[in-house]
Design a protein around this ligand. Structure first.
Ligand code: GAP
Length: 444
Protein backbone atom coordinates (compact mmCIF):
# COMPACT_ATOMS: atom_id res chain seq x y z
CA UNK A 1 0.00 0.00 0.00
CA UNK A 2 2.92 2.40 0.73
CA UNK A 3 4.03 2.16 -2.91
CA UNK A 4 0.55 3.12 -4.06
CA UNK A 5 0.20 6.03 -1.62
CA UNK A 6 3.62 7.30 -2.65
CA UNK A 7 2.82 7.05 -6.38
CA UNK A 8 -0.47 8.89 -5.80
CA UNK A 9 1.39 11.81 -4.27
CA UNK A 10 4.40 11.74 -6.61
CA UNK A 11 2.33 11.72 -9.78
CA UNK A 12 -0.53 13.93 -8.62
CA UNK A 13 -3.44 11.56 -8.08
CA UNK A 14 -4.22 12.26 -4.41
CA UNK A 15 -2.82 14.67 -1.80
CA UNK A 16 -3.53 15.08 1.90
CA UNK A 17 -5.93 18.03 2.31
CA UNK A 18 -4.42 21.18 3.88
CA UNK A 19 -1.02 19.45 3.71
CA UNK A 20 1.04 22.61 4.25
CA UNK A 21 -0.80 23.15 7.56
CA UNK A 22 -0.10 19.64 8.81
CA UNK A 23 -3.02 17.96 7.04
CA UNK A 24 -6.69 17.50 7.86
CA UNK A 25 -7.33 13.97 9.07
CA UNK A 26 -9.68 11.95 6.85
CA UNK A 27 -9.90 14.58 4.11
CA UNK A 28 -8.20 14.36 0.70
CA UNK A 29 -7.61 16.51 -2.36
CA UNK A 30 -7.42 15.02 -5.83
CA UNK A 31 -4.55 16.30 -7.97
CA UNK A 32 -4.60 16.80 -11.76
CA UNK A 33 -4.56 13.07 -12.63
CA UNK A 34 -6.80 12.00 -9.75
CA UNK A 35 -9.39 14.55 -10.86
CA UNK A 36 -9.40 13.16 -14.41
CA UNK A 37 -9.67 9.58 -13.13
CA UNK A 38 -12.51 10.46 -10.77
CA UNK A 39 -14.35 12.37 -13.51
CA UNK A 40 -14.00 9.44 -15.93
CA UNK A 41 -15.48 7.13 -13.31
CA UNK A 42 -18.40 9.45 -12.49
CA UNK A 43 -19.13 10.13 -16.15
CA UNK A 44 -19.16 6.43 -16.99
CA UNK A 45 -21.48 5.66 -14.06
CA UNK A 46 -23.80 8.47 -15.18
CA UNK A 47 -23.76 7.19 -18.77
CA UNK A 48 -24.56 3.58 -17.80
CA UNK A 49 -27.09 4.38 -15.05
CA UNK A 50 -28.86 7.45 -16.49
CA UNK A 51 -28.08 8.31 -20.14
CA UNK A 52 -28.21 4.80 -21.59
CA UNK A 53 -31.55 4.01 -19.95
CA UNK A 54 -35.12 5.25 -20.39
CA UNK A 55 -36.13 4.46 -16.82
CA UNK A 56 -33.67 6.56 -14.78
CA UNK A 57 -33.41 10.34 -14.33
CA UNK A 58 -30.92 12.43 -12.42
CA UNK A 59 -30.94 14.74 -9.42
CA UNK A 60 -28.36 17.07 -7.90
CA UNK A 61 -29.53 17.68 -4.35
CA UNK A 62 -28.18 20.12 -1.80
CA UNK A 63 -25.58 19.19 0.79
CA UNK A 64 -27.12 21.27 3.58
CA UNK A 65 -30.07 19.30 4.83
CA UNK A 66 -33.15 20.16 6.89
CA UNK A 67 -32.88 18.49 10.32
CA UNK A 68 -36.45 17.19 10.03
CA UNK A 69 -35.48 15.12 6.96
CA UNK A 70 -32.64 13.45 8.84
CA UNK A 71 -34.78 12.97 11.94
CA UNK A 72 -37.31 11.17 9.73
CA UNK A 73 -34.65 8.98 8.11
CA UNK A 74 -33.34 7.96 11.54
CA UNK A 75 -29.92 9.58 11.12
CA UNK A 76 -30.29 12.07 14.00
CA UNK A 77 -31.06 9.32 16.53
CA UNK A 78 -29.30 6.24 15.24
CA UNK A 79 -26.55 7.09 12.75
CA UNK A 80 -23.84 6.29 15.27
CA UNK A 81 -20.73 4.21 15.76
CA UNK A 82 -19.75 2.84 19.18
CA UNK A 83 -16.89 4.87 20.64
CA UNK A 84 -14.51 4.24 23.55
CA UNK A 85 -11.79 6.44 25.08
CA UNK A 86 -8.37 5.11 26.03
CA UNK A 87 -7.79 6.42 29.57
CA UNK A 88 -4.01 6.06 29.11
CA UNK A 89 -3.33 8.03 25.91
CA UNK A 90 -6.74 9.76 25.60
CA UNK A 91 -7.31 8.41 22.05
CA UNK A 92 -10.91 8.10 20.89
CA UNK A 93 -11.47 4.77 19.21
CA UNK A 94 -14.16 2.82 17.37
CA UNK A 95 -15.14 0.06 19.77
CA UNK A 96 -16.07 -2.44 17.05
CA UNK A 97 -12.66 -2.15 15.35
CA UNK A 98 -10.42 -2.77 18.36
CA UNK A 99 -8.01 -5.69 18.25
CA UNK A 100 -8.11 -8.10 21.20
CA UNK A 101 -5.16 -9.63 23.01
CA UNK A 102 -5.90 -12.65 25.22
CA UNK A 103 -9.59 -11.74 25.07
CA UNK A 104 -9.04 -8.13 26.17
CA UNK A 105 -9.53 -5.12 23.89
CA UNK A 106 -6.45 -2.97 23.46
CA UNK A 107 -5.75 0.60 22.36
CA UNK A 108 -3.98 0.45 18.96
CA UNK A 109 -2.00 3.62 19.81
CA UNK A 110 -0.43 2.79 23.19
CA UNK A 111 -1.44 -0.82 23.84
CA UNK A 112 -3.36 0.33 26.95
CA UNK A 113 -6.23 -1.81 28.22
CA UNK A 114 -7.89 0.84 30.37
CA UNK A 115 -10.79 1.73 28.07
CA UNK A 116 -14.12 3.38 28.84
CA UNK A 117 -17.46 1.70 28.17
CA UNK A 118 -18.61 2.05 24.56
CA UNK A 119 -21.07 4.88 23.90
CA UNK A 120 -22.82 5.93 20.67
CA UNK A 121 -21.16 8.72 18.68
CA UNK A 122 -23.27 10.42 16.00
CA UNK A 123 -21.41 10.62 12.70
CA UNK A 124 -23.19 13.64 11.26
CA UNK A 125 -21.55 17.03 10.84
CA UNK A 126 -23.77 19.71 12.28
CA UNK A 127 -23.73 23.38 11.34
CA UNK A 128 -25.90 26.46 11.81
CA UNK A 129 -27.76 28.34 9.11
CA UNK A 130 -28.02 32.10 9.36
CA UNK A 131 -26.65 34.54 11.89
CA UNK A 132 -27.73 32.95 15.18
CA UNK A 133 -26.32 29.65 16.43
CA UNK A 134 -29.35 28.33 18.35
CA UNK A 135 -31.10 24.94 18.16
CA UNK A 136 -33.61 26.33 15.64
CA UNK A 137 -30.83 27.09 13.16
CA UNK A 138 -29.25 23.60 13.10
CA UNK A 139 -28.65 22.06 9.68
CA UNK A 140 -26.61 18.98 8.76
CA UNK A 141 -24.15 18.19 6.01
CA UNK A 142 -25.79 15.18 4.39
CA UNK A 143 -24.40 11.81 5.51
CA UNK A 144 -25.62 10.16 2.26
CA UNK A 145 -27.02 11.44 -1.03
CA UNK A 146 -30.02 9.11 -0.83
CA UNK A 147 -32.27 11.19 1.43
CA UNK A 148 -32.60 14.10 -0.99
CA UNK A 149 -33.85 11.61 -3.58
CA UNK A 150 -36.58 10.40 -1.21
CA UNK A 151 -37.48 13.94 -0.18
CA UNK A 152 -37.75 15.02 -3.85
CA UNK A 153 -39.49 11.81 -4.97
CA UNK A 154 -42.85 13.47 -5.69
CA UNK A 155 -41.39 16.45 -7.55
CA UNK A 156 -39.26 14.23 -9.77
CA UNK A 157 -42.15 11.84 -10.42
CA UNK A 158 -44.44 14.73 -11.39
CA UNK A 159 -41.99 16.33 -13.82
CA UNK A 160 -40.57 13.15 -15.36
CA UNK A 161 -43.90 11.30 -15.59
CA UNK A 162 -42.11 7.97 -15.26
CA UNK A 163 -43.97 4.71 -14.74
CA UNK A 164 -42.79 2.14 -12.21
CA UNK A 165 -40.22 0.71 -12.11
CA UNK A 166 -38.05 3.81 -12.48
CA UNK A 167 -35.03 5.29 -10.77
CA UNK A 168 -33.54 8.56 -9.57
CA UNK A 169 -29.76 8.76 -9.61
CA UNK A 170 -27.37 11.15 -7.95
CA UNK A 171 -23.63 11.70 -7.62
CA UNK A 172 -22.43 13.98 -4.87
CA UNK A 173 -20.57 14.68 -1.67
CA UNK A 174 -21.47 13.12 1.66
CA UNK A 175 -19.93 13.78 5.07
CA UNK A 176 -19.40 11.51 8.06
CA UNK A 177 -17.42 12.39 11.15
CA UNK A 178 -15.70 8.99 11.19
CA UNK A 179 -14.07 8.26 14.57
CA UNK A 180 -11.00 6.69 12.96
CA UNK A 181 -10.56 7.60 9.30
CA UNK A 182 -8.08 5.12 7.83
CA UNK A 183 -6.65 3.15 4.95
CA UNK A 184 -5.83 6.19 2.80
CA UNK A 185 -9.05 7.44 1.16
CA UNK A 186 -11.02 4.29 2.02
CA UNK A 187 -12.63 5.69 5.15
CA UNK A 188 -12.79 9.47 4.81
CA UNK A 189 -14.79 12.19 6.52
CA UNK A 190 -15.68 13.87 3.23
CA UNK A 191 -16.36 11.60 0.26
CA UNK A 192 -18.56 11.17 -2.79
CA UNK A 193 -21.30 8.68 -3.47
CA UNK A 194 -22.98 7.45 -6.66
CA UNK A 195 -26.44 6.35 -5.62
CA UNK A 196 -29.47 5.06 -7.47
CA UNK A 197 -32.87 4.71 -5.84
CA UNK A 198 -34.84 2.37 -8.12
CA UNK A 199 -38.55 2.51 -7.24
CA UNK A 200 -40.80 -0.46 -7.91
CA UNK A 201 -43.91 -2.38 -6.94
CA UNK A 202 -43.46 -4.40 -3.72
CA UNK A 203 -43.62 -7.73 -5.56
CA UNK A 204 -40.73 -6.70 -7.86
CA UNK A 205 -38.28 -5.91 -5.02
CA UNK A 206 -36.41 -9.19 -4.66
CA UNK A 207 -36.04 -9.74 -8.44
CA UNK A 208 -34.76 -6.19 -8.91
CA UNK A 209 -32.28 -6.68 -6.10
CA UNK A 210 -30.81 -9.64 -8.04
CA UNK A 211 -30.95 -7.64 -11.29
CA UNK A 212 -29.08 -4.64 -9.88
CA UNK A 213 -26.45 -6.77 -8.22
CA UNK A 214 -25.68 -8.32 -11.63
CA UNK A 215 -25.64 -4.92 -13.35
CA UNK A 216 -23.30 -3.48 -10.77
CA UNK A 217 -20.82 -6.37 -11.01
CA UNK A 218 -20.85 -5.87 -14.79
CA UNK A 219 -20.06 -2.19 -14.25
CA UNK A 220 -16.95 -2.96 -12.20
CA UNK A 221 -15.77 -5.36 -14.90
CA UNK A 222 -16.38 -2.72 -17.56
CA UNK A 223 -14.20 -0.19 -15.76
CA UNK A 224 -11.41 -2.74 -15.62
CA UNK A 225 -11.58 -4.14 -12.07
CA UNK A 226 -10.37 -7.71 -11.99
CA UNK A 227 -13.43 -9.92 -11.34
CA UNK A 228 -11.30 -12.25 -9.22
CA UNK A 229 -10.72 -9.46 -6.70
CA UNK A 230 -14.46 -8.70 -6.40
CA UNK A 231 -16.58 -10.57 -3.89
CA UNK A 232 -20.27 -10.60 -3.13
CA UNK A 233 -21.34 -10.74 0.49
CA UNK A 234 -24.96 -11.73 1.11
CA UNK A 235 -25.42 -9.69 4.29
CA UNK A 236 -26.96 -11.96 6.96
CA UNK A 237 -30.25 -11.01 8.64
CA UNK A 238 -28.59 -9.97 11.91
CA UNK A 239 -26.30 -7.44 10.14
CA UNK A 240 -28.92 -5.91 7.84
CA UNK A 241 -30.85 -2.73 8.55
CA UNK A 242 -34.15 -3.86 10.11
CA UNK A 243 -36.17 -2.51 7.16
CA UNK A 244 -34.10 -4.25 4.47
CA UNK A 245 -35.37 -7.51 3.00
CA UNK A 246 -32.04 -8.25 1.32
CA UNK A 247 -28.62 -6.57 1.04
CA UNK A 248 -25.49 -7.50 -0.86
CA UNK A 249 -22.14 -5.88 -0.28
CA UNK A 250 -19.82 -5.77 -3.27
CA UNK A 251 -16.33 -6.07 -1.81
CA UNK A 252 -12.87 -5.61 -3.28
CA UNK A 253 -9.59 -7.18 -2.18
CA UNK A 254 -7.64 -4.05 -1.21
CA UNK A 255 -4.02 -4.49 -0.10
CA UNK A 256 -5.31 -3.85 3.47
CA UNK A 257 -8.00 -6.52 3.22
CA UNK A 258 -11.36 -7.33 1.68
CA UNK A 259 -13.60 -4.29 2.12
CA UNK A 260 -16.93 -2.89 0.89
CA UNK A 261 -17.07 -0.90 -2.36
CA UNK A 262 -20.82 -0.75 -2.71
CA UNK A 263 -24.02 -1.86 -1.02
CA UNK A 264 -27.00 -3.07 -3.06
CA UNK A 265 -30.01 -3.05 -0.75
CA UNK A 266 -33.72 -3.69 -1.01
CA UNK A 267 -34.94 -1.03 1.44
CA UNK A 268 -38.68 -1.77 1.06
CA UNK A 269 -40.85 1.38 1.42
CA UNK A 270 -39.17 2.38 4.71
CA UNK A 271 -37.69 5.72 3.62
CA UNK A 272 -40.74 7.06 1.79
CA UNK A 273 -43.02 5.97 4.65
CA UNK A 274 -40.80 7.76 7.18
CA UNK A 275 -40.93 11.01 5.15
CA UNK A 276 -44.70 10.66 4.71
CA UNK A 277 -45.12 10.32 8.47
CA UNK A 278 -42.85 13.23 9.32
CA UNK A 279 -43.80 15.72 6.62
CA UNK A 280 -47.50 14.87 6.42
CA UNK A 281 -47.21 14.96 2.60
CA UNK A 282 -48.32 12.23 0.21
CA UNK A 283 -45.35 10.55 -1.46
CA UNK A 284 -47.20 7.82 -3.27
CA UNK A 285 -47.70 6.55 -6.80
CA UNK A 286 -50.89 6.21 -8.80
CA UNK A 287 -51.00 3.34 -11.25
CA UNK A 288 -53.14 4.48 -14.20
CA UNK A 289 -53.84 0.93 -15.36
CA UNK A 290 -54.85 -0.73 -12.10
CA UNK A 291 -56.14 2.52 -10.54
CA UNK A 292 -54.17 1.64 -7.39
CA UNK A 293 -52.45 4.19 -5.18
CA UNK A 294 -49.51 2.93 -3.13
CA UNK A 295 -46.09 3.82 -1.71
CA UNK A 296 -43.37 2.32 -3.94
CA UNK A 297 -40.62 0.08 -2.65
CA UNK A 298 -37.00 0.79 -3.52
CA UNK A 299 -33.80 -1.05 -4.45
CA UNK A 300 -30.66 0.98 -3.85
CA UNK A 301 -27.23 0.38 -5.41
CA UNK A 302 -25.02 2.78 -3.42
CA UNK A 303 -21.37 3.08 -4.46
CA UNK A 304 -18.50 5.16 -3.16
CA UNK A 305 -16.64 7.25 -5.73
CA UNK A 306 -13.46 7.50 -3.66
CA UNK A 307 -13.42 3.81 -2.79
CA UNK A 308 -13.87 2.89 -6.44
CA UNK A 309 -11.07 5.28 -7.46
CA UNK A 310 -8.87 3.61 -4.83
CA UNK A 311 -9.82 0.16 -6.16
CA UNK A 312 -9.03 1.32 -9.73
CA UNK A 313 -5.61 2.54 -8.58
CA UNK A 314 -4.82 -0.62 -6.56
CA UNK A 315 -6.02 -2.86 -9.38
CA UNK A 316 -4.02 -1.00 -12.04
CA UNK A 317 -0.71 -0.91 -10.15
CA UNK A 318 1.86 -3.29 -11.62
CA UNK A 319 5.60 -3.70 -11.96
CA UNK A 320 7.32 -5.48 -14.83
CA UNK A 321 10.61 -4.98 -16.63
CA UNK A 322 11.48 -2.99 -19.72
CA UNK A 323 14.77 -2.06 -21.42
CA UNK A 324 16.31 1.33 -20.62
CA UNK A 325 17.98 3.51 -23.30
CA UNK A 326 21.04 1.23 -23.33
CA UNK A 327 18.97 -1.92 -23.63
CA UNK A 328 19.51 -2.93 -19.98
CA UNK A 329 16.40 -4.31 -18.31
CA UNK A 330 14.98 -2.16 -15.52
CA UNK A 331 11.87 -2.27 -13.35
CA UNK A 332 8.94 -0.49 -14.92
CA UNK A 333 6.01 0.78 -12.84
CA UNK A 334 2.90 0.62 -14.99
CA UNK A 335 -0.66 1.57 -14.13
CA UNK A 336 -2.76 -0.78 -16.24
CA UNK A 337 -5.93 1.33 -16.19
CA UNK A 338 -8.68 0.29 -18.54
CA UNK A 339 -8.32 2.90 -21.36
CA UNK A 340 -11.89 4.04 -20.58
CA UNK A 341 -10.77 5.15 -17.09
CA UNK A 342 -7.20 6.28 -17.83
CA UNK A 343 -6.70 9.97 -16.89
CA UNK A 344 -4.76 10.68 -20.10
CA UNK A 345 -5.66 8.66 -23.16
CA UNK A 346 -2.76 9.48 -25.43
CA UNK A 347 0.65 11.12 -25.14
CA UNK A 348 2.17 12.84 -28.17
CA UNK A 349 5.95 12.97 -28.54
CA UNK A 350 8.14 14.59 -31.19
CA UNK A 351 11.20 12.32 -31.43
CA UNK A 352 13.52 15.33 -30.93
CA UNK A 353 12.60 18.67 -29.46
CA UNK A 354 15.19 20.66 -31.39
CA UNK A 355 13.82 19.73 -34.83
CA UNK A 356 11.27 22.35 -35.69
CA UNK A 357 9.47 20.22 -38.30
CA UNK A 358 9.01 17.33 -35.80
CA UNK A 359 7.70 19.68 -33.11
CA UNK A 360 5.30 21.42 -35.53
CA UNK A 361 3.91 18.08 -36.72
CA UNK A 362 3.56 16.81 -33.14
CA UNK A 363 1.61 19.95 -32.16
CA UNK A 364 -0.63 19.36 -35.20
CA UNK A 365 -1.33 15.78 -34.06
CA UNK A 366 -2.00 16.99 -30.51
CA UNK A 367 -4.53 19.51 -31.81
CA UNK A 368 -6.20 16.83 -33.95
CA UNK A 369 -6.61 14.42 -31.00
CA UNK A 370 -7.45 17.03 -28.36
CA UNK A 371 -11.07 17.52 -29.33
CA UNK A 372 -11.70 13.77 -28.99
CA UNK A 373 -9.78 12.82 -25.84
CA UNK A 374 -7.47 14.00 -23.08
CA UNK A 375 -4.02 14.32 -24.69
CA UNK A 376 -0.64 15.13 -23.18
CA UNK A 377 2.26 16.64 -25.11
CA UNK A 378 5.81 15.87 -23.95
CA UNK A 379 9.06 16.78 -25.67
CA UNK A 380 11.45 16.59 -22.66
CA UNK A 381 14.14 13.91 -22.35
CA UNK A 382 14.95 10.66 -24.14
CA UNK A 383 11.96 8.95 -25.72
CA UNK A 384 12.32 5.89 -23.44
CA UNK A 385 12.07 8.11 -20.37
CA UNK A 386 9.00 9.82 -21.77
CA UNK A 387 7.34 6.41 -22.31
CA UNK A 388 8.15 5.41 -18.73
CA UNK A 389 6.60 8.59 -17.32
CA UNK A 390 3.37 7.83 -19.17
CA UNK A 391 3.42 4.14 -18.16
CA UNK A 392 3.59 5.21 -14.53
CA UNK A 393 0.38 7.23 -14.85
CA UNK A 394 -1.38 4.65 -17.01
CA UNK A 395 -1.59 6.44 -20.37
CA UNK A 396 -2.63 3.61 -22.71
CA UNK A 397 -1.32 5.08 -25.99
CA UNK A 398 1.79 6.97 -27.07
CA UNK A 399 2.20 8.58 -30.48
CA UNK A 400 5.70 9.40 -31.70
CA UNK A 401 6.36 11.75 -34.58
CA UNK A 402 9.66 10.81 -36.24
CA UNK A 403 11.56 11.35 -39.48
CA UNK A 404 9.36 8.79 -41.25
CA UNK A 405 6.37 11.06 -40.44
CA UNK A 406 8.10 13.88 -42.33
CA UNK A 407 8.61 11.66 -45.39
CA UNK A 408 12.40 11.57 -44.95
CA UNK A 409 12.53 7.75 -45.10
CA UNK A 410 10.28 7.29 -48.11
CA UNK A 411 7.08 8.83 -49.36
CA UNK A 412 4.96 5.83 -48.36
CA UNK A 413 5.60 6.59 -44.65
CA UNK A 414 4.87 10.32 -44.83
CA UNK A 415 2.12 11.35 -42.37
CA UNK A 416 2.30 8.09 -40.45
CA UNK A 417 3.31 7.84 -36.79
CA UNK A 418 4.24 5.08 -34.35
CA UNK A 419 1.44 4.15 -31.98
CA UNK A 420 2.76 2.48 -28.82
CA UNK A 421 0.65 0.27 -26.60
CA UNK A 422 1.35 0.75 -22.86
CA UNK A 423 0.81 -2.89 -21.83
CA UNK A 424 2.56 -4.81 -24.61
CA UNK A 425 4.99 -1.94 -25.39
CA UNK A 426 4.52 -2.95 -29.06
CA UNK A 427 4.55 -0.24 -31.69
CA UNK A 428 2.65 -0.10 -34.94
CA UNK A 429 2.70 2.37 -37.80
CA UNK A 430 -0.58 4.23 -38.21
CA UNK A 431 -1.61 6.97 -40.66
CA UNK A 432 -2.37 10.27 -38.87
CA UNK A 433 -5.77 10.37 -40.58
CA UNK A 434 -6.70 7.03 -38.88
CA UNK A 435 -5.44 7.95 -35.39
CA UNK A 436 -8.65 9.40 -33.97
CA UNK A 437 -10.74 6.37 -34.87
CA UNK A 438 -8.05 3.81 -33.90
CA UNK A 439 -7.70 5.28 -30.39
CA UNK A 440 -11.33 6.35 -29.89
CA UNK A 441 -12.62 2.84 -30.52
CA UNK A 442 -10.55 1.65 -27.53
CA UNK A 443 -11.44 4.34 -25.00
CA UNK A 444 -15.22 4.58 -25.35
N1 GAP B 1 -27.55 5.25 1.13
C1 GAP B 1 -26.91 4.09 1.65
C2 GAP B 1 -25.57 4.35 2.16
O1 GAP B 1 -25.12 5.46 2.28
P1 GAP B 1 -23.45 3.12 3.06
O2 GAP B 1 -23.09 1.66 3.01
O3 GAP B 1 -23.38 3.81 4.36
O4 GAP B 1 -24.92 3.20 2.45
C3 GAP B 1 -22.57 3.57 0.65
O5 GAP B 1 -22.56 3.92 2.01
C4 GAP B 1 -21.17 3.63 0.08
O6 GAP B 1 -20.58 4.90 0.36
C5 GAP B 1 -20.21 2.61 0.71
O7 GAP B 1 -20.31 1.34 0.10
C6 GAP B 1 -18.87 3.26 0.41
O8 GAP B 1 -18.45 2.98 -0.90
C7 GAP B 1 -19.19 4.74 0.53
N2 GAP B 1 -18.77 5.23 1.86
C8 GAP B 1 -19.47 5.17 3.01
N3 GAP B 1 -18.77 5.71 4.03
C9 GAP B 1 -17.60 6.13 3.51
C10 GAP B 1 -16.43 6.78 4.05
N4 GAP B 1 -16.36 7.12 5.33
N5 GAP B 1 -15.40 7.06 3.22
C11 GAP B 1 -15.48 6.74 1.90
N6 GAP B 1 -16.55 6.13 1.35
C12 GAP B 1 -17.59 5.83 2.13
Amino acid sequence: MEKIVSLCKRRGFIFQASEIYGGLNGVWDYGPLGTELKNNLKQYWWKVIVRDRDDVVGLDGSILTHPAALEASGHVDTFTDPMVDCRTCKARLRADQLAEKNGTKQCPNCGGKDLTEARPFNLMFQTHMGASADPASIAYLRPETAQSIFVQFKNVLDVSRKKLPFGIAQIGKAFRNEINPRNFTFRSREFEQMELEYFCRPEQGMDLLAYWLKERIRFYEEIGINRKRLHILDVPDKDRAFYSKGTFDIEYEFPFGRQELEGVAYRTDYDLQQHIKSSGKTLDYFDEETKERFVPHVVEPSAGVDRTVLALICDAYDEDSAPDEKGKMETRIVMRFNPRMAPIKCAVFPLLKNKEALVAKAREVQALLRSHMNVFYDEGGAIGRRYRRQDEIGTPFGVTIDFETLGEKGEELRDTVTLRDRDSMKQERVAIKDLVETISSKIR
